[in-house]
Write a protein that binds this ligand. Structure first.
Ligand code: ATR
Length: 276
């Protein structure tokens, strides 16, 4: 046991939290870099009404990193000292770092979506169809527009699509217009459709997918969702949800430690745990 009185604590809070893969991913990275005596990453299930008290406790205990997941990414903003301009624009923080008692909030979710896309394409002037208008969609929409792509947001509740589209200067439509995606270079699913219990479903009929497109599903369990299977069958390039999880985590690791993240090790820890 290398944990000592000097070890810095990082904690992910959410509700639910048991499924979170952040602790395994970060602790695997600490171990790989030989810094498991300096950092430890744990998780706590926190109710929304307890976020204020939790952040007070972070200050008192000198917790180094506070990772926020659903449903705390918006609520936490109220209680921190400073918010990075990008996180402010997105309207959510997933990464709070304690810098000598000052709590500074960042958002790394948008990088989780943009980095894997930019590994295979430039986004400038590309046509991107984003399905969903929830919390994850907000971070993705920011990233897509930040890189100069054209964006249309499709959502079941069209009012939510309209609001998001207004915030990020995008087009919007309902799921009745989903056939439009055949005209888009990149299709991103940011809804929970494709995840259990909806693992047999996809919001995009296969006939609207084709070769030359990039299809990205942020659902990571199952690894290959129905949407990704259909996309692969027609010859489209696919990006797995695990990549978003990985790259938001890598950016967060670098904020918490100031070190370059060991990408391969972090990916392996996610892959291994998702098989369980
Ligand atoms: P997250 O923060 O993970 O994005 P969220 O904010 O609850 O989660 O957003 C969930 C998204 O999935 C929404 O866009 C939601 O559509 P509505 O805004 O119409 O509710 C979408 N979604 C969830 N279940 C869906 C379903 N069965 N069919 C279509 N869209 C669905």
């Amino acid at each position: 046991m290398s944990i000592s009185a000097k070890t810095k604590m990082c904690i992910i809070i959410g509700d639910p939290i048991e499924h979170s893969l952040s602790p395994v991913m970060h602790n695997a990275a600490y171990k790989a870099l030989g810094i498991e005596d300096q950092f430890v990453f744990t998780a706590a299930k926190i109710k929304v009404e307890d976020v204020k008290k939790t952040i007070k406790a972070v200050r008192i205990l000198g917790v180094h990193g506070l990772t926020c997941t659903i449903p705390h990414k918006i609520e936490a903003i109220k209680y921190i000292d400073k918010i990075d301009p990008i996180a402010k624009k997105i309207g959510a923080v997933n990464t709070i770092v304690n810098k000598k008692g000052k709590l500074i909030g960042y958002n790394t979710d948008w990088l989780g979506a943009i980095i894997p896309l930019e590994k295979i394409t430039s986004l400038k002037n590309k046509k991107v169809a984003l399905i969903g208008a929830g919390g994850a969609a907000r971070a993705i929409a920011f990233g897509i527009k930040n890189r100069g792509a054209k964006l249309k947001i499709f959502n079941r509740d069209v009012k939510k699509a309209k609001k998001l589209a207004k915030d990020f200067k995008a087009d919007y439509g309902s799921l009745n217009e989903i056939e439009d995606v055949s005209d888009y270079d990149i299709i991103i699913n940011s809804t929970s459709v494709g995840m259990k219990p909806l693992e047999k479903q996809s919001l995009v009929p296969k006939k609207y997918l084709h070769k030359g497109q990039i299809v990205f599903d942020i659902v990571y369990k199952p690894k290959k969702t129905k949407l990704l299977k259909d996309a692969e069958r027609v010859g489209a390039k696919i990006i797995f949800g695990i990549d978003m999880l990985l790259y938001q985590g890598i950016a967060q690791f670098e904020i918490y430690t100031g070190l370059e993240a060991p990408e391969k090790i972090m990916r392996k820890s996610l892959e291994d745990n998702l098989k369980k």
